[in-house]
Design a binder for this molecule. Structure first.
Ligand SMILES: [Zn+2]
Ligand SMILES: [Zn+2]
Length: 277
C-alpha cells in the first residue's frame, strides 16, 4: 500500500504496530465481527489514527466465500478506506475478484493432501488447522485449550510440512470424527495472493483520491452507485442491470449520472423479465 500512496499522492505510510485488529473480529471466528465489512474497515483505520495521533487513516478489510455472481466459484472482496479528518471525508474503494486461494479440506493425515497443497499454494501461502468436529467442552475436559466458541485449538500461520503434519495429528485427536480441518490462512501477511490484490486496490484508491470534485475541489470524486433499468435489446423493457453510473463527491452534494463506462446500452433478451420471464 505504501508505494501507490507515496507515488500517487505524496503520502508517507506509518504503521500502527501495536494494534490488535483481532478485537474487531477474526476470519477463524474466535472473535465475531460485529459490524459490516465497511464499518469494520473504518473502525480499523480509526484505531490506527488514534494510536499514531494522525488526522489521516488507511485500512483494508477482506471477506471470502462464494463469489457474489459466479456462485460456485470462491471469491474475495477487498475494501480499502481512506479517512481525512481535516477534510471530513471517508473514501472507500472495493475490489471483487476470483483471484483467491480460499479453500478448505478435512483430512485424517497429510498423505492425501498433495493436490490440495498445490491448489492453495502451500507453503508460500500459510494454512490453518483445527478440529473438524470439536469435542464439546465437557468431554474435552481441558477447557484451557478451548476458545470462547468451544471450537478447540486453532493453529494458524503454518508454513512447513512438519508444522502441518504435527498440527493435523494434534487437531484430529481433539475432533469427534477423528478428522482435522485444514483451511487457507486468509490473513494478508500470510497470503501473497491477497497482498497482490491489496496492492491493486491501493492503486485504485490512489487514483480515486487524485480525482477532485469540480465544485468544491475535494479529493475522492468517484463511482458511488448505479441506477438500474438497462433496457432489453429486443423489447426495450427495463432490466435490473445498471443503466447509469452515479459519481459523487465525498464532501459536498455534487453528483453526476453518467452512461455505463463499459458502453453497454442493452441487455440480452435472455436476461429480460418480459422476453424470458
Ligand atoms: Zn425484452
Ligand atoms: Zn464536492
Amino acid at each position: 500500500m505504501a508505494l501507490p500512496f507515496s507515488a500517487g499522492l505524496g503520502l508517507k505510510l506509518a504503521c500502527a504496530e501495536e494494534i490488535d485488529t483481532d478485537r474487531l473480529g477474526t476470519f477463524t471466528g474466535e472473535v465475531e465481527r460485529r459490524g459490516s465489512p465497511r464499518e469494520t474497515v473504518a473502525a480499523k483505520a480509526r484505531l490506527g489514527m488514534e494510536a499514531l495521533g494522525l488526522p489521516l487513516g488507511l485500512a483494508s478489510e477482506g471477506s471470502f466465500g462464494p463469489h457474489p455472481v459466479l456462485l460456485f466459484v470462491p471469491g474475495t472482496e477487498e475494501l480499502m478506506v481512506f479517512i481525512d479528518d481535516e477534510l471530513g471525508i471517508e473514501v472507500c474503494e472495493r475490489l471483487v475478484s476470483t483471484e483467491t486461494n480460499y479453500a478448505s479440506v478435512s483430512a485424517a493425515s497429510i498423505d492425501n493432501l498433495q493436490g490440495f497443497l498445490r491448489q492453495v499454494k502451500f507453503p508460500s501461502h500459510a494454512l490453518i488447522v483445527r478440529a473438524n468436529r470439536p469435542q464439546s467442552v465437557a468431554s474435552a475436559g481441558e477447557s484451557a485449550a478451548l476458545n470462547q466458541n468451544g471450537a478447540g485449538k486453532i493453529l494458524k500461520g503454518l508454513r512447513s510440512i512438519e508444522q502441518l503434519e504435527k498440527a493435523i495429528q494434534q487437531c484430529q485427536a481433539q475432533s469427534e470424527d477423528g478428522l482435522a480441518l485444514v483451511q487457507t490462512d486468509m490473513r494478508a501477511h500470510m497470503n501473497p495472493t491477497r497482498m497482490r490484490l491489496i496492492r491493486k486496490l491501493a492503486v485504485k484508491l490512489t487514483r480515486r483520491l487524485q480525482k477532485l470534485c469540480e465544485l468544491c475541489q475535494c479529493p475522492g470524486w468517484g463511482l458511488t452507485g448505479v441506477e438500474p433499468g438497462l433496457p432489453c435489446g429486443l423489447c426495450g423493457f427495463p432490466s435490473d442491470a445498471a443503466r447509469f453510473e452515479i459519481y459523487s463527491c465525498p464532501r459536498c452534494d455534487h453528483e453526476a449520472k453518467l452512461p455505463r463506462q463499459d458502453g453497454l446500452t442493452h441487455v440480452d433478451p435472455g436476461a429480460c423479465q418480459r422476453c424470458n420471464p
